[in-house]
Every structure is written in C-alpha cells, then in structure tokens.
Design a protein around this ligand. Structure first.
Ligand code: SAH
Ligand code: SF4
Length: 414
C-alpha cells in the first residue's frame, strides 16, 4: 500500500492519520517482516490489524545460489507458493558498466564527469574536487551524500550493488532466445511482491539506504510493461517508501508500445532500456515474435516521446546471437535506425540455456560489432555476464529448484 492508501485505511479504523506514516515507515524504511515487528504501533492496533486480516510479509528466500563472481541468485516464494528469481550483483571494481544500470555507467565515467563539469567552471583535479562541499561537485550526482558516509557495502569493499528484480511469474512474450519464455506466463506480481523482493535482498545484506549505493534493474523474469500498473506502483513504493532514487532504476521492455507511451508521460519514472535485439523487423520477428504486433519504427517513435532528463540516455539492449544478428551489415542497420536518438547500447553476448537452439557469437564478431557502433557515434558497452555459472545471467532465470550449486540460506551473505 502507498501512503494515501494507508491513510485511508487508518481513517476507516478510526485511527489518527500519523499512524499511516508510522506503518509506511515500518513497511518500507524498517522493512519489517510481520505486523508484530511494527513496534512503533500500539499493541492494541497491531492486534486489531491482525484480527482484521491484514498481513505484513516479505517474499521468502527459499534458495540461494552463489556465483564465483559474487552474484547471488535467489528463489523467492510468494504467499501463494509461486516463485520468481531475484539477483544480487555486488561490485567493487568501479569499472563495470555491464550490470544494466545507467548509474553504473555514470560512476565508471568519472573522468567524463570532470569534462562535463567544464560547463560550470568547476574543472578541478579529482582529489581537490573530492574535498569540496558536497553541493558543488558530488552533489551533482543526485543525492548529495558525503563520500565519507560509509555504509555496509563500503565496509565490505564494494562501491555499490545492483538488484535485478522480476515483475511477473514467467513471461508471455516468447522471445526465442530466453529461458524465462519457456515458462509461459503464470501470473502478474503485485506491487508489494515486486518491491518486496528488493526489501528482502536489502535485509539479507543489511543495506543502509542513504549510505549504501543501490541500483535497481527491472530486468528479471517477466515483461514489466505487461504488468504496468503494478510495476509503476512498485516504483513509487521503492522511491517514496524505501528511498531509492528513480535515477538509479532502469526498466527493460521487449517493446510493448502502449506501455512505452504511458511511460513517456509518467511524473516519476526509472530510466528506459529497450530490447532492440535486431536491426530490422524481419530478423526481429524471427527471434521476438512480438515484432508482428509492433514494428521497430513504431517503438522508436514512442521512445522519442519520452522527455529525457539531464544526463539521461535511452539504453538499447542487443543480445548477440551467432550468425543471426551479429554481422557487420546488422551493425550498419542499427546505426541507421538510431540516428537522432539519444541512445547508448548494451551488447549482451547470448547466454545459452537448455533447449534453446542458438550459438554464441565469436569474440571477434562481438568486438567488430562494438567497434562499428562506437565509430558510428553510439556509446556501446558489452555487458559483462554476471553469475553465468549459477544460471543468474540475462535470460537464464527460470525458477530453478534442483541445482547442486545451491547453498543453504544464511551461508552466503557478503
Ligand atoms: N522482459 C524484459 C526484461 C527482462 S529480459 C525485456 O525483455 O526487455 C532482460 C534482457 O535480457 C533483455 O534485453 C533480453 O533481450 C535479454 N535476454 C533474454 N534472454 C537472454 C539470453 N539467453 N542471453 C542474453 N540476454 C538475454
Ligand atoms: Fe519475456 Fe524479456 Fe524473456 Fe522476452 S526476453 S521472453 S520479454 S523476459
């Protein structure tokens, strides 16, 4: 529930309005697990909430797999027993640009920041700049936090972490290269279940919002724009309740036209990533049958309607499938398509999965593709695969239950 809903609820219960704020803080700031844990509320009110049938809970982490690269994949069980996967990607090297988050790119490009600062006559050597008042330099990064304000992540040697969350149980879109597609669609997640995945992961790692730098990517199981209202409500809960700025969130869509158009007029919204994955409708239709419904040109036209914020780019994702969409001709077509779009490109080397009949591109072909796009003027990154050994990488989420790499919950916290 959002604050307005909680306020209405407290009114119907005959409680003072400030009680709604207390519940809101308990749910999203303290991230409690039960009504009983809401200790700021009087015992009588807690008992009343329970007897009236209200429930406070987080998705249950039933299994965890830990990758050699620090990535963790969780199987999360909802109240009705349905499960989805959520992925935790800690990162300490500062050089990674490939976890799908725009914020990662910003951080990695500190030298770009200094160049950008020339507009404001603030060109300073990095060390000197760091000593400056927050507002003058680091303040531009959006949250005005002092660098010395270490949280749990910094203590563990990480600069930030990214959480990849699911929006549906399964997916209806049927992209031919994606393992989630094999599940079909079982149901939408509620806003609480989407935001709850984040809360559960933050609790596991004892994250302190405001001190730790957390990025969110809506890139797990499901198509967020086919569960639009719940997805957007979860964004509001995560921004206004949990306290993660929307500038640190990226949502990826396979290209649901009405969703992109609605998104373009949202007041509060994450950044957008569009899974382009092909350079023309013919190839795209073969690998993403949804292209029969909405053509690339229509999608790009809708993307252009999004009023971009300062320093905001639209990310285009492109899964490279050997021999299918990775030829130099395809790169040339992509450059034509994206002319005039404030675009950056994330190339994703296809991650294999059982029963999916594609081959990975060769490293040489990947390098040529990237070089051609960069030379054509598009900032192009190769997304580093995270947690491939535990089936946590892009397109590999499928509610895995039996797996020898799984370890008991509690053993694998960072
Ligand atoms: N449903 C949304 C978000 C989840 S998929 C979407 O499709 O955009 C996140 C990204 O992973 C998408 O860009 C998708 O094209 C990509 N992907 C899916 N399966 C993959 C695979 N097997 N290997 C690499 N990337 C894959
Ligand atoms: Fe669904 Fe995205 Fe997988 Fe396509 S790539 S099937 S839209 S999760």
């Amino acid at each position: 529930m959002e604050l307005a809903e909680l306020t209405a609820l407290m009114e119907t219960l005959g409680e003072k309005p400030y009680r709604a704020r207390q519940v809101f803080e308990a749910l999203y700031k303290q991230r409690v697990h039960s009504v009983e844990d809401m200790t700021t509320l009087a015992q009588a009110l807690r008992s009343r909430l329970v007897s009236e049938g209200f429930c406070v809970a987080l998705p249950e982490m039933v299994q965890t797999a830990v990758s050699v690269d620090g990535t963790e994949r969780y199987l999360m069980r909802m109240a009705d027993g349905e499960t989805v996967e959520t992925v935790w990607m800690p990162d300490g090297d500062g050089g990674e640009r490939g976890d799908g988050s725009e914020a990662a790119d910003e951080e990695a490009g500190e030298s770009d920041d200094i160049l950008a600062a020339t507009d404001k006559q603030q060109v300073l050597p990095l060390r000197q700049a760091q000593g400056q008042d927050d507002k003058s330099f680091w303040g531009r990064r959006g949250n005005g936090r002092a660098r010395s304000n270490f949280g749990t992540l910094a203590e563990k040697g990480f600069r930030r972490a990214t959480i990849c969350i699911s929006s549906q149980v399964g997916c209806a879109v049927n992209c031919q290269f994606c393992l989630t597609a094999k599940l079909g669609i079982r149901r939408n997640l509620t806003a609480g279940e989407i935001a709850g995945q984040v809360a559960a992961v933050l609790n596991r790692h004892k994250i302190q919002i405001g001190k730790d730098r957390i990025n969110l990517v809506f890139m797990g199981m499901g198509e967020p724009f086919l569960n639009y209202e719940n997805f957007m409500k979860s964004v509001r809960l995560l921004v206004e309740g949990v306290g993660i700025p929307e500038s640190r969130m990226t949502v990826s869509t396979s290209g649901i036209l009405p969703g992109i158009l609605a998104f373009a007029s949202e007041r509060l919204r994450p950044k957008l990533a569009l899974s382009l994955n092909a350079s023309n409708d013919e190839v795209r239709e073969r690998i993403m049958p949804i292209t029969r419904k909405w053509k690339i040109a229509e999608l790009l036209e809708a993307v252009l309607k999004i009023p971009l914020r300062a320093r905001e780019w639209v990310t285009f994702e492109y899964v490279l499938l050997g021999g299918v969409n990775d030829r130099p001709d395809h790169a040339r077509e992509v450059l034509q398509l994206l002319r005039g779009v404030r675009a950056k490109m994330n190339l994703i080397v296809w991650n294999p999965g059982p029963g999916i009949d594609y081959v990975q591109p060769t490293p040489e072909d990947v390098a040529v593709f990237q070089k051609m796009l960069i030379e054509g003027g598009i900032a192009t990154y190769i997304r580093r695969p995270r947690g491939r050994d535990i089936y946590a990488a892009c397109g590999q989420l499928k509610r895995t239950v039996a797996d020898e790499t799984l370890v008991a919950i509690g053993q694998a916290a960072i």
